[in-house]
Write a protein that binds this ligand. Structure first.
Ligand SMILES: Cc1cc2nc3c(=O)[nH]c(=O)nc-3n(C[C@H](O)[C@H](O)[C@H](O)COP(=O)(O)OP(=O)(O)OC[C@H]3O[C@@H](n4cnc5c(N)ncnc54)[C@H](O)[C@@H]3O)c2cc1C
Length: 401
């Protein structure tokens, strides 16, 4: 089977490539001044995001007023493929562009869209996501950070944890309990909070793969005052807001997992071509060949499943494939990393280069760091165990535990 796009689609790809050739920051520019967290804008990143916004290429499925050009799903898929092929981020504040602004566009008042979403889209402000708490991760509905309305001000007390990029953010989209008497999911609201407000303390969490820099934080709130007009969505309606975020791009987000796994697989297979003892040994190692073949099948299955789900969603049908793909992609990547560690042995520990890993979201050739970093895919956005529960209950129709 040979998969290919039609001529019209390839024409769009060629135009996009030409535009990127002319305007995108070079790999050297990005490597010389890397993003230090999920909310950090290095020197080149704000002008780049603004350029994409002005060209209608920031979130291409949205209208021109929001930095898009109303592109259809196929063009959006091509867009993703081209950015991934260049290791090019559309924004270094992924949370702001892919989670926060779509939520504000969906639930915000026209004033909130103008005041909060537009500067985030233009790269003028950066945002982080305040959902998880020490006892409310998978069980998000168990969150305890509370906000009490006094006149026209909410007063917030509590703690968030694992907040990516909080130390580089201007604002946080914060989920709080506003009705302690209501059933868990019904008493939650969403507030847009200025991180420079008095009463907020941000403490770093130093990471296994972090070296001197860090992404994750704890954020403490003590009597923090938030104007009531910064409530996003209905009071006690925060659960629905938390389920939003780029629904229209969901059918193509799998492309990233597939792309990264295919790239890592290329590095794995390439080990047998090394002109040294490791390469010579692997070339004739049947176990290694079997492992590469098994991972190749996984990566190919992922691609086929992704396209099948994509085709279904384009014709308005449910696409359970996409629920399976997050789990499948993140665990396939992890398995490829483990195979790499196994293949190169002690060398995978010797060449640990922390700073280098942190500077790039993409695979660097360092198997141990890549493996340790891979848990950043199997935990956030629903852990692998939670994904298995979803597949079991919603797709296979098995009874709830
Ligand atoms: C790199 C990274 C970045 C993150 N960024 C953010 C961020 O920016 N903002 C934010 O709010 N949060 C963020 N998180 C937090 C993330 O959303 C949570 O870690 C995740 O939801 C899991 O919650 P938890 O850590 O409390 O683990 P728990 O929910 O306590 O889970 C512990 C273990 O129990 C398992 N488990 C839990 N419930 C079940 C169940 N019902 N059935 C089977 N197994 C279960 C889990 O799979 C896991 O293995 C980030 C996490 C990571 C790793």
């Amino acid at each position: 089977m040979h998969l290919r796009w039609d001529d019209e689609t390839e024409k769009f790809r060629a135009e996009l490539r030409a535009w990127l050739d002319e305007h995108a920051p070079t790999p050297e520019t990005m490597a010389a001044d890397p993003a230090l967290s999920a909310s950090h804008y290095p020197s080149w990143a704000r002008p780049w995001q603004r350029k994409l916004f002005d060209a209608g290429l920031l979130i291409p499925g949205l209208g021109p007023e929001f930095g898009g050009r109303n592109l259809g799903p196929v063009e959006q898929l091509i867009y993703y493929e081209e950015f991934l092929a260049r290791h090019l981020p559309r924004s270094t504040n992924w949370t702001g562009v892919s989670i926060v602004t779509p939520s504000i566009l969906d639930y915000g008042t026209p004033e909130q869209i103008e005041r909060f979403a537009m500067p985030a889209l233009r790269g003028e402000t950066s945002w982080c996501l305040g959902m998880s708490e020490p006892n409310a991760g998978s069980d998000f509905g168990g969150l305890k950070t509370k906000a009490v309305l006094h006149g026209d001000t909410f007063v917030v007390n509590g703690q968030k944890i694992w907040t990516s990029g909080a130390h580089h953010s201007d604002w946080v989209i914060l989920f709080v309990r506003t009705d302690p008497e209501a059933p868990k999911h019904k008493g939650i609201s969403c507030l847009l909070v200025d991180l420079r407000s008095p009463g907020i303390e941000i403490r770093p969490i130093h990471e296994l793969v972090g070296g001197d820099i860090h992404d994750l934080n704890e954020v403490f709130f003590t009597d923090v005052e938030v104007p009531a007009d910064q409530l996003l969505g209905p009071l006690h309606g925060g659960w629905a807001v938390s389920q939003g975020s780029l629904a229209h791009e969901r059918a193509i987000l799998w492309v990233e997992g597939w792309f990264l796994a295919a790239e890592a697989l290329g590095h794995l297979a390439g080990l047998a071509a090394r002109p040294d003892d490791i390469g010579a040994g692997l070339k004739h190692d049947r176990r290694f060949r079997d492992i590469v073949a098994a991972r190749y099948i996984d990566v190919h299955a992922m691609q086929c499943m992704g396209y099948r789900g994509f085709t279904k969603s384009m014709s308005g049908k449910a696409s359970p494939e996409h629920s399976i793909l997050k789990l499948f992609a993140s665990e396939t990547l992890q398995n490829i990393d483990l195979a790499g560690i196994d293949a190169v042995g002690a060398e995978s520990v010797d060449c640990v280069d922390l700073q280098h890993y942190c500077d790039h979201r993409y695979y660097t050739g360092n198997w141990v760091m890549s493996y340790l970093g891979s848990f950043a895919s199997t935990i956030p956005g629903g852990t692998s165990e939670i994904q298995r529960n979803i597949v079991a209950e919603r797709i296979l129709g098995l009874p709830r535990r």
